[in-house]
Design a protein around this ligand. Structure first.
Ligand code: NAP
Length: 439
C-alpha cells in the first residue's frame, strides 16, 4: 500500500437505471476499483425519493436514504444520477462547494448550467467529470478533453440519440412508417412514454452543446444550437435516400468555421436529419447504437461507436470517472478545469454552408429544366447532380415528373431563398422535401 493511500467515501445521488448499477458495481468491485485508483472506495449511501421502490440490481436497504444533503457533507466523491435540473443542480453546487469531486451523467443540466458548475468546481479546485453525459458507454469526453488536447478538432458528427437512430434504422431497413417505428421503439423500451425530447432533437441538442463546448474550447450556450427533429422524415424520403445510395440519420454536427467576409473563426452547432452516403462510417450505426465521428487536423478522421444508453453501459463510463476522481485525490492538487479560452462566437444557421438535396415535382413540358436551372443560378446556388424520375410522381398528377437535385455547398440563407423561389415557380408543382447532405 502506498503512503498516500486513502479511503475515499463515495455518495451516489439516484438509484434508478444507472444509479442502481453504479451502486452494485461499486459494492461488488470495491477491491479491484480501489487497486486501480490507489485508494479505498467506500459507498456511503444512495439518495433516492422512495425507500421502498424495487431496484435492479438491488441496493442494500441500509444504504438508502432520502436525505441527499447528509450524504454530500460526508463524501469525497459525489455521483449525481438523479437527472433533471433541480435538485441536481443545487446538490452538485453543494458538493463542489464542500470540496468533493462530482461525477454526473446529466446532459440536460450540463447543457443548461455547465459554466456555472465548472466555475464552482474551479473556485475550490475540485473537478466535475461527465463521460456518461454524451453517448453513455462510448468514451468521447475524455478523448476530446485529453487525447486530442494537442490537436485541433475541426468537426464532429454524432449519432447521439439511440431512440431516433432506432426509429430511422427501422424505417430504412424494413420500410416502416415513422409512426410504426416509433410504436416499436416504445414497446421495446427505447422510447419514453413522452418521446418529445428524443424525436424533436432536444436530447441530441444538449449533447451537441456539450461536445461543441469541449471540442472548441468555448462555452457554447444551448440557445446557439440549431435543432430539428425527425418527425417530418417519411417512408418516401427514406426510400429515395436508399435509391440514391444514402441513408437518413439524425446528426449532431459541431463544426469550426471561418467567416468568409471577416476571416474570423466561429462554431456552428446544429442537429437535423441528414443524408449521408451509405459508405460513410456513421451509416454503419444501426439500431439504438450511438456513433461519433471526429475530424481533427493532425489525427484525421476518428470513429467512436457503441451503446449510447443502458444501466450497465452507462455505469461503465460513470465508474471510469469515479476511478479518475479517486486517482486525482490520491495525487493531490487542484482539478483540471474546462478550457473555454478560445471563446469563439456561434455562427447563426443562415451563415452556415450546407449541401441540399431537394426533391420536387415539376410539369413535364419543354423548357422546365431551363426554368429550374434559372432559379438556382439566380440565387447563386450551383447544382451538383440532377436526377429526373419518370411517371412515379408521388402527387399522382399526370403530365408531371419528379426531380431530385443535389447542390454544391451554399449558404443556408441562399438555399432557403432558392427553395422558396422553386415553390413559387409556375413550372413547379411542389417541393416534396429538402434534406441537408454530409459526408
Ligand atoms: P432514473 O431511472 O429515472 O433514476 C433517477 C433516480 O434519481 C431514481 O432512483 C430517483 O429516486 C432518484 N431521484 C430523482 N429525484 C430525486 C430527488 N429529488 N431526491 C432523491 N432522489 C431522486 O434515471 P436514469 O435513467 O438512471 O438516469 C440518471 C441520469 O443518467 C440522468 O441524468 C440521465 O440523463 C443520465 N443517463 C441515463 C442513461 C440511461 O441509459 N438511463 C444513459 C446516459 C445518461 P426513486 O427511484 O426513489 O424515484
Amino acid at each position: 500500500m502506498k503512503d498516500n493511500y486513502r479511503d475515499l467515501r463515495v455518495a451516489v445521488l439516484g438509484g434508478g437505471t444507472v444509479g442502481a448499477e453504479v451502486a452494485h458495481r461499486l459494492l461488488e468491485g470495491a477491491g479491484e476499483l480501489g487497486s486501480r485508483s490507489g485508494a479505498g472506495l467506500s459507498l456511503i449511501g444512495v439518495a433516492v425519493r422512495n425507500l421502498d421502490a424495487v431496484r435492479t440490481p438491488a441496493i442494500p436497504k441500509d444504504l438508502l436514504t432520502t436525505d441527499a444533503q447528509s450524504l454530500i457533507v460526508q463524501a469525497d466523491i459525489v455521483v449525481e444520477l438523479m437527472g433533471g435540473i433541480e435538485p441536481a443542480r443545487t446538490l452538485i453546487l453543494e458538493a463542489l462547494g464542500s470540496g468533493a469531486d462530482v461525477v454526473t451523467a446529466n446532459k440536460a443540466l450540463l447543457a443548461e448550467h455547465g459554466p456555472e458548475l465548472f466555475d464552482a468546481a474551479a473556485r475550490v479546485g475540485a473537478q466535475l467529470y461527465y463521460e456518461a453525459a454524451v453517448a453513455a458507454a462510448i468514451p468521447i469526453i475524455r478523448p476530446l478533453r485529453d487525447s486530442l488536447a494537442g490537436d485541433k478538432v475541426n468537426k464532429i458528427m454524432g449519432i447521439v440519440n439511440g431512440t431516433t437512430n432506432f426509429i430511422l434504422d427501422r424505417m430504412d431497413t424494413d420500410g416502416l412508417s415513422f409512426e410504426t417505428a416509433l410504436a416499436e421503439a416504445t414497446e421495446l423500451g427505447y422510447a419514453e412514454a413522452d418521446p418529445t425530447a428524443d424525436i424533436e432533437g432536444y436530447d441530441a441538442a444538449q449533447k451537441a452543446c456539450i461536445l461543441s463546448s469541449l471540442a472548441f474550447h468555448t462555452a457554447v450556450p444551448l440557445t446557439d444550437v440549431y435543432r430539428e427533429g425527425i418527425t417530418a422524415v417519411d417512408a418516401a424520403q427514406m426510400d429515395a435516400a436508399k435509391k440514391s445510395g444514402h441513408v437518413i440519420k439524425l446528426l449532431a454536427i459541431c463544426e469550426r468555421r471561418v467567416d468568409p467576409e471577416t476571416g474570423e473563426e466561429g462554431v456552428s452547432t446544429r442537429v437535423h436529419p441528414t443524408l449521408i452516403p451509405r459508405t460513410h462510417p456513421l451509416a454503419a450505426a444501426h439500431g439504438a447504437n450511438n456513433a461519433v465521428y471526429v475530424e481533427a487536423e493532425a489525427a484525421g478522421p476518428l470513429m467512436f461507436y457503441g451503446a449510447g444508453a443502458g444501466g450497465a453501459e452507462t455505469a461503465s463510463a460513470v465508474l471510469g470517472d469515479v476511478v479518475s476522481a479517486a486517482r486525482r485525490h490520491v495525487a493531490g492538487g487542484p482539478g483540471v478545469g474546462e478550457s473555454t479560452h478560445a471563446d469563439l462566437s456561434s455562427f447563426p444557421l443562415e451563415r452556415v454552408e450546407s449541401r441540399l438535396n431537394i426533391s420536387l415535382v415539376v410539369r413535364d413540358e419543354p423548357g422546365v429544366l431551363a426554368a429550374i436551372a434559372g432559379v438556382f443560378s439566380e440565387h447563386e446556388v450551383s447544382v451538383e447532380t440532377l436526377h429526373q424520375g419518370g411517371s412515379d410522381d408521388p402527387s399522382g398528377e399526370s403530365g408531371t415528373a419528379t426531380l431530385v437535385i443535389q447542390t454544391h455547398s451554399a449558404l443556408e440563407a441562399q438555399g432557403k431563398k432558392t427553395v422558396e423561389a422553386l415553390e413559387a415557380n409556375p413550372a413547379v408543382v411542389g417541393v416534396t422535401n429538402v434534406l441537408r447532405v454530409e459526408g
